[in-house]
Design a protein around this ligand. Structure first.
Ligand SMILES: Cc1ncc(COP(=O)(O)O)c(C=O)c1O
Length: 494
């Protein structure tokens, strides 16, 4: 729960013994904040109350300050009665918070105002364990996002401006490559790489691209949409990633590239793929949509092949507040081609060298992603801690837990278990209030979208799709929630 303390109650929390007790209880169990509209009043009180001045500053630092929105409704009954109280409730409403106040009029007029006693009695309910609480994930960055939005307003740039340039520089440096081009989605990132190679004459229509059969369908759509032929290769049942040994059997005279997917956040084992690519002159195009920050032999995804496509879909390890993606590469010619293709084929305004499309990561998303990028490693560490906990404590023999190959090679976008009794396990977990998902229920080659592939027999892929189940994991999943997941899984009797 998030509580916004109104100025009267906040002032008492600094200097009155009974209110300090409430304050400690509230901040231990919940997130607390004050509205920026309260700061002048609070500041004025303590400016003239020197004995408590330092205590006021420390108290303020220990909670969040949330911004008061400018869209004021002067006809609102609370605004008419008490503008100060109205502004506090307006701030609270933007983050779905309740207002803690001792002001009787405020309590009477607002349906989100609550007394300190009632707030303290609101013990966080033992609710469901959500699969991914995106609202909580992004709330951590609220202040940074506010500043980012203000920066965009100040700059007046919305597309292909300084925020995108800065994000591209920072993400390229993070991955360890020279170039990054922000684009509209992860799917576009993969398509633009392929279109880039077609434009440069390195690929031709009808050329083949080796791709894991066990992937999110976007990987395969990208290849098909650009007039190339996806060649589906079985995964390794232990890693869920493409089985490098099986690539060789699928090579033909038309093979031009391998597109490994770091599925669920686990880096593909690349040694054999490097060898094959070198011997046959193939491009390696990483689908890194699920693996921001994962390391292979000390190098990050995005820098492991000739080019890589990332997705910034909201649920990803680095997720925007909408769609987004990018291409990373060390290849200067490919970078300039992709940078032009994403912008109608133009790198210089109104000079169109090639026929492109419109797929740009806008300034607002770039600015927000810059805020989140600073904490990507810490977020990935939080995911690793949960994964380690699951791996250590899930002991039910009906369940196969994911294997790892060195801690840093996995960023646990998803924690995927396997079981022969998936449907009954899902029902059991639902009964315990634990939300799980299946990634993915139907393999791409069995989808109606690819009728030409429906006849293929890919038994490993099909087995994986019939058994996998993704457990809750995210940087904000609490220890007690992970414990509940483990307890439920171990209690499941099959
Ligand atoms: C492996 C993989 N590739 C590509 C994509 C496509 O990314 P987007 O949804 O941003 O288009 C996704 C997105 O879920 C994905 O998981």
């Amino acid at each position: 729960m998030i509580f916004v303390l109104d100025e009267g109650f906040f002032i008492r929390c600094v200097r009155d013994y009974d209110a300090i007790g409430y304050f400690y209880r509230l901040t231990q169990l919940h997130t607390c904040a004050v509205s920026s509209s309260s700061l002048p009043v609070i500041g004025q009180v303590f400016k003239n109350d020197l004995p408590y001045y330092n205590q006021y500053r420390d108290t303020l630092k220990s909670i969040k300050i949330i911004k008061t929105p400018p869209y004021v409704d002067l006809d609102d009954p609370l605004a008419k009665a008490d503008m100060g109280a109205y502004l506090v409730s307006l701030s609270a409403a933007t983050i779905s918070a309740l207002v803690v106040t001792e002001n009787r009029e405020f309590l009477r007029l607002s349906n989100i105002a609550i007394s300190p006693e009632d707030a303290c009695n609101m013990v966080p309910t033992v609710g469901d364990v959500s699969f991914l609480d995106l609202k909580a994930v992004n709330f951590q960055y609220y202040e940074g996002f506010e500043r980012a939005i203000d920066d965009i307003f100040k700059s007046g740039h919305y597309i292909l401006g300084p925020q995108l340039e800065a994000f591209e520089r920072e993400f390229a440096a993070y991955c360890g490559v020279t170039y990054c081009a922000g684009v509209g989605t992860g799917l576009d990132a993969l398509e633009l790489i392929l279109m880039g190679y077609l434009t440069l004459g390195i690929f031709k229509q009808g050329d083949e691209v080796i791709v894991p059969a066990n992937t999110f369908i976007a990987t395969i759509i990208a290849i098909a949409n650009t007039g190339l032929v996806p060649v589906l290769v079985e995964p390794d049942i232990n890693t869920y990633n493409i089985d490098p040994i099986k690539i060789k059997k699928n090579l033909t005279a038309r093979t031009r590239a391998v597109m490994p997917v770091h599925l669920y956040g686990r880096c593909v084992e690349l040694a054999t793929i490097y060898e094959i690519a070198a011997r046959h002159g193939l491009k390696i195009i990483e689908d890194a949509a699920q693996a921001h920050g994962a390391l292979y032999m000390g190098r990050r995804t995005g820098a492991l092949g000739d080019a890589a496509g990332f997705s910034f879909y909201p649920g990803k390890n680095l997720g925007a507040l909408g769609d987004g993606g990018c291409v990373t590469t060390n290849d200067e010619a490919l970078y300039h081609t992709v940078a032009a293709l994403r912008n109608y084929g133009s790198e210089i305004k109104y000079v169109n060298m090639i026929k492109g499309t419109n797929s740009r990561l806008d300034e607002l998303h770039a600015a927000m992603l810059r805020v989140k990028l600073c904490r990507l490693d810490a977020d990935n560490e939080a995911r690793r801690r949960i994964a380690a906990y699951y791996r250590k404590h899930i002991t039910n023999k009906e369940i196969i837990i994911p294997s790892v190959d060195g801690e840093s090679s996995h960023v646990w976008h998803l924690f995927v278990i396997r079981t022969k009794k998936r449907d009954s396990l899902i029902d059991f977990l639902r009964g315990r209030g634990i939300h799980v998902l299946i990634h993915y229920p139907i393999p791409p080659h069995k989808q109606k979208a690819f009728p030409q592939c429906n006849v293929l027999s890919l038994p490993v892929t099909e087995q994986i799709h019939s058994e996998v189940l993704s457990l809750p994991i995210s940087p904000v999943l609490r220890e007690d929630e992970a414990e509940r997941v483990v307890m439920a899984l171990n209690d499941y009797a099959g």
